[in-house]
Each structure stands twice: as structure tokens, then as C-alpha cells.
Write a protein that binds this ligand. Structure first.
Ligand code: PNS
Length: 157
């Protein structure tokens, strides 16, 4: 499974998801339901956007989860978590989480290096640039860009 906030899904996420989907029979992309962090997109919207943009993969299932990642893995007989690594700055925290998840439930983590073309991308930066009127059309799929533009125009969130 490939877990994350995906608020919203970017071309960087999609690159990792598409490549991961070729490595496994089935890939579950799971959106974290985080009651403490109010996102720009609702979990239902994030799921819809990921579903639309990963349809061509053919073996991607999109879901959400709350609570511990390892509990979702246990409940769905998932033994491998896949994460994209953008830079060494991602590594320290990802390593800690990978070791904790393995200790808690024996869940293994596989790291996939992101395409350098996308290594500076994050949902937070894309939202910030969009909020201030910057052109983010090359960082997200067209459907996501359209929804992002609507959000910025209506909420400024
Ligand atoms: O896209 P993000 O926000 O970097 O994804 C982080 C995510 C969702 C993978 C991580 O926060 C997570 O696994 N949260 C679930 C709660 C949990 O299991 N915490 C303990 C991690 S060792």
C-alpha cells in the first residue's frame, strides 16, 4: 500500500504510484483521515481525484484509513508499505516510521526514489503557490488543477 495525505495528489505522487503499480499485483493507495489537520480537500475529494488519475494503472484501489497504518495493514492482510523518497531530507523520518511499523506489526517498507523531475514537489508547496496566484498546472494533473483553481477562487484556503 501507498499511504499519504494526498491533499491533493500531485504529479510526484502519481509517478511513484504508477511505477509501484507495475511492481505489485495490486496497489492500495490509502488517504489518511486526520481529524487534527484540516486540509484543503476533503478525504472524499482526495479519493475521487486519486481514483480519476490512477484509473489507467488498472490495479490501483483507493481507500482511506484512520488511526495506525499498521492496523489498516493487519485488517487488509497488507505486508508491504511503499513510500516515495524525494531527497535525503525525507529519509530520517521515513526510516523512523519504517522501523516503528516493522516493530509494531512486521510490516515492511519499500522506498522508491522519486523521479528527479518531481523531487521538489509537495502538496503543501503546490497549494501555497496556487493560493498566491502562481501557475501550478505543470505540477498536478489537469483534473486536479481545475479543482485546485476552484478551491483557491472560492475559499482562499
Ligand atoms: O503524505 P504524508 O502526510 O507524508 O503521509 C504520512 C502518513 C500518512 C504516511 C503517516 O503520517 C502515517 O502513516 N500516519 C498514520 C498514523 C500512524 O500509523 N502513525 C505511526 C507511524 S510509525
Amino acid at each position: 500500500m501507498c499511504p499519504g495525505s494526498f491533499d491533493p495528489v500531485t504529479n510526484g505522487h502519481l509517478d511513484v504510484i504508477e511505477r509501484a503499480s507495475r511492481l505489485y499485483d495490486e496497489l492500495v493507495v490509502a488517504v489518511l483521515v486526520n481529524d487534527k489537520k484540516h486540509g484543503m480537500f476533503t478525504v472524499a475529494e482526495r479519493i475521487e481525484l486519486i481514483t480519476m488519475t490512477t484509473a489507467d494503472c488498472g490495479n490501483v484501489v483507493v481507500d482511506s484509513f484512520a488511526g495506525l497504518l499498521v492496523d489498516y495493514c493487519r485488517a487488509h492482510q497488507i505486508d508491504t508499505v511503499l513510500k516515495g523518497l524525494r531527497a535525503t531530507s525525507d529519509f530520517d523520518y521515513e526510516l523512523q516510521m519504517a522501523q516503528m511499523n516493522r516493530e509494531l506489526a512486521g510490516v515492511e517498507t519499500v522506498f522508491l526514489p522519486t523521479n528527479p523531475e518531481h523531487s521538489y514537489l509537495s502538496s503543501s508547496l503546490v497549494k501555497e503557490v496556487a493560493r498566491f496566484g502562481g501557475d501550478v498546472s505543470r505540477f498536478v494533473p489537469a483534473d486536479v488543477h481545475a479543482r485546485l483553481s476552484e478551491k483557491v477562487a472560492t475559499r482562499g484556503d
